[in-house]
Write a protein that binds this ligand. Structure first.
Ligand code: AMP
Ligand code: MG
Length: 319
């Protein structure tokens, strides 16, 4: 129709200045948009708009008890949303912008919609490094809630095509910034004056966090801190996943590590950062392949390998 908005639902747009401005206008009008970050693609909406947040949960089919990460442009925006302590400030100075999410007490009058935090008295904050996400937050001028841009429980997206395959019909626009450089979701820590608790392993290593603030990092045991989203089953590719498999069965799609053999070598050179960047694309490829199951080479459990193995363990949990 002449004069109507030419945007089709799920349209992939190269993330240039005009597309970022159009995405910001959609978000200010209460819609959500898929956007690249350095970790995975996010489904971003105005964190202060309850209807936009409801639309994010609906598009993903995400359970309402699983709170969202709120993305900020800078410390000024972050200070308005949470009550900060000294270790959290030190961590932000060392690792923001970047793949670190901190859970802090929610500030009264933050303006954040209750569904963002699933009613918890805490908020999860991240200042992302990706230039497209940073430009989008700046253009909207408000904090953006953004979970991964995929149907809840399925493999996270690291390309615009992954988003289109999972959510294409449910989001008005997908900003295409190419493949995500890091490829795994952020490290999440709950930060108190005297304690740091790892809620989700990720690209920023627990030991590096502890070293910056001189606190030992505790592993989440479910007792003290409410971390409702750490579900055992997640990243499900829709078929069985065999872990630690260096001699795969003939009918398996083999995701290998440290060798060129296999259906999808994560990193022939045995580089864990490269393997992390390829992991979700490999799981998407395995899901789309005709093979009835997926087999994965053992991944060394150090450095970012711990985050890779965390995701793989959840991908292997059956219904
Ligand atoms: P995703 O959006 O899929 O990357 O998941 C975000 C993760 O952050 C989920 O596992 C949530 O449970 C976690 N999260 C968000 N807000 C909080 C919070 N206030 N306290 C603890 N965990 C949180
Ligand atoms: Mg997710």
């Amino acid at each position: 129709m002449a004069g109507s908005n030419p945007l089709r639902h799920g349209q992939i747009c190269a993330a240039d200045d005009a597309a970022i401005a159009a995405a910001a206008a959609l978000i200010r009008a209460g819609q959500c948009v898929a956007v690249p970050t350095e970790t995975v693609y996010g489904l971003a909406g105005d964190a202060t708009d309850a209807a936009a947040i409801a639309a994010i949960y609906a598009a993903k089919g995400r359970p309402s008890f699983n709170p969202l990460i709120t993305h900020v442009a800078d410390m000024d925006m972050a200070e308005r949303l949470a009550i900060w302590n000294a270790p959290a400030r030190a961590l932000a100075a060392a690792f923001w912008p970047g793949a670190l999410t901190m859970v802090l007490p929610l500030r009264d009058g933050s303006g954040v919609a209750g569904a963002v935090t699933a009613g918890l008295p805490t908020i999860a904050l991240r200042c992302p490094a990706h230039p497209v996400m940073r430009a989008l937050i700046a253009a909207v001028g408000r904090p953006l809630a953004a979970p991964s841009a995929n149907v809840s429980g399925s493999v996270s997206p690291t390309s615009a095509a992954h988003v289109a395959a999972s959510l294409g019909g449910r989001v008005p626009m997908i900003l295409d910034g190419g493949a995500c450089a890091t490829g795994l979701e952020s490290t999440i820590v709950a930060v108190k004056d005297d304690a740091l608790t790892l809620l989700r392993p990720g690209p920023i290593l627990a030991g590096d966090l502890g070293a910056v603030i001189g606190l030992t990092i505790r592993t989440h045991d479910g007792a003290e801190i409410n971390a409702p989203g750490q579900l055992a089953r997640h990243y499900a590719p829709g078929k069985p996943v065999l872990l630690d498999c260096d001699t795969p069965p003939a009918d398996a799609f083999w995701i290998s590590f440290g060798k060129a053999a296999g259906d999808y070598p994560l990193s022939a050179a045995g580089d864990l950062a490269q393997a992390a960047a390829h992991l979700f694309d490999a799981l998407h490829a395995g899901a789309a392949a005709p093979h009835p199951r997926i087999a994965i080479d053992p991944i060394p459990n150090h450095g970012i390998g711990m985050a890779i193995n965390d995701r793989l363990r959840r991908a292997a949990v059956l219904d």
